[in-house]
Design a protein around this ligand. Sequence first.
Ligand SMILES: Cc1ncc(COP(=O)(O)O)c(C=O)c1O
Length: 374
Amino acid sequence: MIDLRSDTVTRPTPAMRKAMAEAEVGDDVWGDDPTVLRLQEMAAAMVGKEAALFVPSGTMGNLSAVLAHCHERGSEVIVGDESHIFQYEADGVSVLGGVGMHTVPTADNGELPLAALSKAVRADDQHCPRTSLVCIESSHNRCGGCALSLEYMRSLKSWADDLGLPVHLDGARVFNAAVALGVDVTAITELVTSVQFCLSKGLGAPVGSIVAGPKPFIARVHRLRKMLGGGMRQVGVLAAPGLLSLTESTKRLQDDHDNALLLAKGLASCPHIDIRTDLVHTNIVIFNLRDSCPLTAKDFIPLLQQHGVLIIPFRGGMRAVTHYDVSTEQCEQALQVMLSLLNEAESHAKHVSKYAMTNGTSLIGPEAKTVKGY
Ligand SMILES: Cc1ncc(COP(=O)(O)O)c(C=O)c1O
């Protein structure tokens, strides 16, 4: 199988497995696991923040960060309507923190336009929730992995600073964003108050995320992590591959981006495929089948699986994600499988429609999609 469902399907490298076996551990709830302490120090330094905390998942990282910023119940966080926090994190900030989510429309390139943000900020009035935080995402998962430009992030920072609002970055794949922009990751993270990033996605560690920010903020995140059940004991075994994800995996992300672009450009060459190649900045490729295609995404995904390629349904279309467990050759192979299945479906549909017309029924157009076998 060529597994392009997500960059979370990567398996720990042999070096990571060795590091896990040999990791020095302590009890991290007591703060004496040396490997975790090392990981947190390195992570904070890499993103240029005062402190960092190792948490079990990106979801817990975002949740504890939002709650640490919005410490009053009845606060409101402004988020994009396509953000992971709004779409996929089970509304944890409202359920567990009494924090409302105020959504603004997300632009195609992942930006939250400043005009929309300004409209979303509440008046300082007893009737209103208290606007306490803005969350952004880069690279942006549902916007096809695009990276927010530094220009946009600078304008957002200056807008937020004027209002005294902190900005939290859901940077699950912030190292991918940095590679796409051709900058050190600190060029991105210096423009936000806090950041969450995952060690377990494109960076290939089996588990874990980091929350980084100012020391008093991280102290609040630490307490929240405990409250949420995320205090882990002899967890150096998981911090050890995390260290390698920072020192080694961050260096090879361009390969994944090149493979994603190869896939995206190849898909764009097919007239049945609708894709925004201009938004393929990193390792995520979102695409759909046009109405002209005899297949729908619903038909295409299981058909691909039968031919050894795994992708997932996404935003009404499909998503393929490249990572270190798929080589360039495998991406080329996956592309060929996709293109030839679409070709085959087209010839089949033409054949059937010709047959149907000679028999008095038309199978051109949407009905052709239901042709048996596809
Ligand atoms: C942008 C983004 N943020 C946060 C998360 C959550 O991470 P986790 O699955 O580790 O909870 C994901 C997961 O895919 C993500 O894509």
